[in-house]
Design a protein around this ligand. Structure first.
Ligand SMILES: Nc1ncnc2c1ncn2[C@@H]1O[C@H](COP(=O)(O)OP(=O)(O)O)[C@@H](O)[C@H]1O
Ligand SMILES: [Mg+2]
Length: 368
């Protein structure tokens, strides 16, 4: 057995068997710890993240600045910068291939076991999992035309001629609503407006037809009108291609508009996970309730920071025993919330919360 064979498990099942499975996740994250080892000490950016990403859906990740949203996406792509590294946990990618006879083959690969610079990981980035950021200039190269960059992305992952790739690049720009797409192919990034650069970056990410698109606050820097257009566009493309989207934002209005399901993060953990409807109409975690109270009304597209929650996000270098939210929580029960981390409890089908208001069970930490 080669090392690669050991790392992957392949199961073959019929389409019926697959459909019969209760949940179909494309990505499963288990007890993920990503820590930064700095001169100031250890920053436990992710401290036991559990997250299921349903195939073909839009999963939102929401939480205040510094709670670990970006480190989660960088961990999935194996792009965590030094001095950070994945300390423990699993990131399981459930690949699915359909044979001409309808047989569906599933293969699971643990991304934490791959070397960040290995050929497999490079192939996964872009071809299977693509990412768009808040600032398009971090993914666009200022020295090459938009057409060249999208063409290169296509050539990397599709077996087509340069000429065909150029044509496809133009088609993709048209799809993302770029004005004068064929002319934009010849432009350099600095010649485009912020909204157009964002569209170009989305076109580049989508040109590889990834199974998963991670969007990390992609519209935060844009004006409200452009933001609305980009959100509509991503939803349309998602419905078209059946792609899975992980949509990261601190804006609950955007979550309401974009997502099917939501994970609420607090200090390196997922504290609540539910469908969008359940989360907005029946939030359980005191932190989620506080987040919802901090927006004027659901659906408003405010860019206001989530500032009205009592206290501030604690220093990530500090270790807090028990529930990480207890120092700010109105429902704090001394002697309970400050002991062990609350274990995940299912309060309804597909609705998980970590809070002692709903379950007495705590988790014995091994994170150090
Ligand atoms: N390069 C770094 N060096 C040290 N700590 C970092 C670094 N990048 C991120 N972190 C830590 O990870 C935590 C989570 O960061 P991040 O995922 O960027 O938050 P979010 O995207 O939710 O605003 C931060 O509070 C910070 O302490
Ligand atoms: Mg971030």
């Amino acid at each position: 057995m080669t090392a690669e064979e050991k790392m992957t498990t392949t199961t073959t099942q019929t389409a019926e068997e697959t459909a019969a499975r209760a949940v179909d996740n494309i990505l499963t994250i288990r007890k993920l710890r990503t820590w930064f080892f700095t001169d100031l000490g250890i920053s436990r950016a992710l401290n036991g993240v559990d997250l299921d990403v349903p195939r073909g859906k839009v999963l939102g990740i929401v939480g205040e600045s510094g709670c670990g949203k970006s480190v989660t996406s960088l961990s999935i792509l194996r792009l965590v910068p030094r001095p950070g590294r994945i300390v423990s946990g699993e990131i399981l990618l459930h690949r699915r291939r359909k044979a001409p006879d309808g047989t569906i083959t599933e293969e699971t690969i643990d991304l934490t076991k791959l070397h960040p610079q290995s050929p497999e990981m490079r192939a996964i980035r872009g071809a299977e999992i693509a990412m768009i950021f808040q600032e398009p200039m971090t993914s666009l190269n200022p020295c090459y035309t938009i057409g060249n960059q999208i063409m290169e992305a296509i050539l990397l992952h599709q077996d087509v001629s340069k000429r065909e790739a150029w044509e496809l690049a133009g088609d993709m720009l048209e799809k993302v609503g770029m004005p004068n797409p064929r002319q934009v192919l010849l432009r350099y990034p600095h010649e485009l407006s912020g909204g157009m650069r964002q569209r170009a970056m989305i076109a580049m990410a989508l040109s590889c037809e990834p199974s998963i698109l991670i969007a990390d606050e992609p519209t935060t820097a844009l004006d409200v009108t452009t933001e609305a257009q980009i959100l509509d566009l991503m939803r349309d493309l998602q419905a078209d291609i059946g792609m899975t989207i992980i949509y990261i934002t601190h804006n609950l209005g955007v979550i309401a508009q974009m997502c099917d399901e939501v994970a609420v993060m607090y200090l390196g953990r997922v504290v609540e996970r539910a469908s969008v409807e359940d989360l907005f109409y029946n939030p359980r975690h005191p932190y989620t309730k506080a987040l919802l109270d901090s927006i004027p009304h659901v659906g408003s597209r405010t860019k206001r920071r989530l500032a009205s929650i009592r206290g501030v996000v604690p220093d990530p270098y500090a270790t807090i025993s028990g529930c990480p939210f207890h120092p700010r929580c109105d429902a704090y029960m001394p002697g309970k919330c400050d002991q062990l981390v609350p274990a995940p409890a299912n309060v309804a089908p597909n609705h998980m919360v970590r809070c002692y208001l709903y379950s007495d069970e705590g988790e014995v930490e091994n994170g150090g």
